[in-house]
Design a protein around this ligand. Structure first.
Ligand code: DGY
Length: 326
């Protein structure tokens, strides 16, 4: 009998078709947002799950769905998984690294540029019919070229942003990370390791690319924002919760930093109401990896993890390979 899988959100129909060659597929192509009870109902009796970053797999779900053997996330981030609980139950978790690195780095860089050069704010002004004359300082922002780019979280995407900044725009790149990169990688990215405090104090443009974990919660709050230059910009393409959004909205309103660009939010898709009213912020709905080819590659990688797991007992990008044994 073919394994049964559940695809928790709408995905590319061709990927559902690929899965249907190997599995008995139940798919949420209606794209309903499922409550935990509905997710449990759908996963009961299934051996595999195709999940996205919004589908929480925790101990309660696992206990209610004892047939589940693998959850393949269509995202590189996996803070929707309770990984220790999955490992304890012998459920394999996989994610989609690498295939989205360059696309996400492109977006982080674009968001930084849009933020520094006030693109959203000026477009709203134009659309509102307020553009009646030229003025010397109209939407004057800050430069990217030659500026100091700070990166918090120097994994694959952080390194991609560093390369763009150093090699493409002549930026002076500094970074902070849990562990320092080896000398060869630092040289490739032309990036210098600094303390978190120096990063906050010296960056003209600070980009957050660190994974979410409880210890990263509010890594940027009022105290950290107070250390930044008043001319600095902050970009978050990492995860909601890494920035204290209320403190950021206040810092933006009081011009304690110049501007921010945010692709991720605490409690998204809700957005802190104060962020919606401050002008000096560029807001996008968690789309950093959303180019068509990259989203397709992510979906196919998640599908390949399921296919490979059920045919060989291995997976391409496992997060807890220890459950696979030998
Ligand atoms: C990721 O891959 O983690 C992106 O944030 C999309 O969810």
């Amino acid at each position: 009998m073919r394994p049964k899988i559940f695809v928790a959100r709408e995905i590319f129909p061709e990927v559902v078709e690929r899965l249907a060659v190997h599995f008995e597929v139940q798919s949420n192509q209606a794209d309903d947002i499922l409550s935990k009870a509905q997710l449990i109902d759908a996963l009961r009796g299934k051996q595999g799950a195709f999940t996205t970053g919004g589908d929480r797999i925790d101990a309660e779900v696992l206990a209610a769905c004892p047939d589940l053997k693998i959850c393949a996330n269509m995202a590189v981030g996996y803070n929707n998984f309770d990984l220790p609980a999955m490992t304890a139950r012998g459920v394999l978790a996989t994610n989609t690294p690498d295939v989205l690195t360059e696309t996400t780095a492109d977006f982080g860089f674009a968001l930084m540029m849009a933020t520094a050069r006030r693109m959203s704010e000026s477009e709203h002004f134009l659309r509102a019919g307020k553009w009646t004359k030229w003025s010397f300082d109209m939407f004057a922002g800050s430069d990217i070229h030659g500026a100091t780019l700070g990166i918090l979280g120097m994994g694959r995407i952080g390194q991609g942003i560093a390369r763009r900044g150093a090699l493409g725009f002549g930026m002076n790149v500094i970074y902070h990370n849990r562990s320092r990169l080896d000398a060869a990688t630092e040289a490739q990215c032309k990036a210098r390791y600094v303390s978190k405090e120096e990063l906050l104090r010296s960056s003209d443009h600070l980009v957050l690319v660190l994974p979410y974990s409880p210890s990263a919660h509010h890594a940027i709050g009022a105290a950290e924002l107070a250390m930044m230059k008043p001319t600095a910009t902050l970009v978050n393409i990492a995860r909601g919760g890494i920035v204290d959004d209320a403190a950021l909205a206040q810092a933006l309103a009081q011009k304690r930093i110049a501007a921010a660009g945010l692709d991720v939010f605490e409690g998204e898709p809700s957005v802190h109401p104060d962020l919606l009213t401050v002008p000096n912020v560029v807001l996008t709905p968690h789309i950093a990896s959303a180019s068509v080819p990259t989203r397709l590659a992510m979906a196919n990688l998640a599908a390949d993890n399921l296919i490979q797991f059920f045919s060989t007992g291995k997976a391409l990008t496992p997060l807890n390979p220890e459950v696979l044994g030998g």
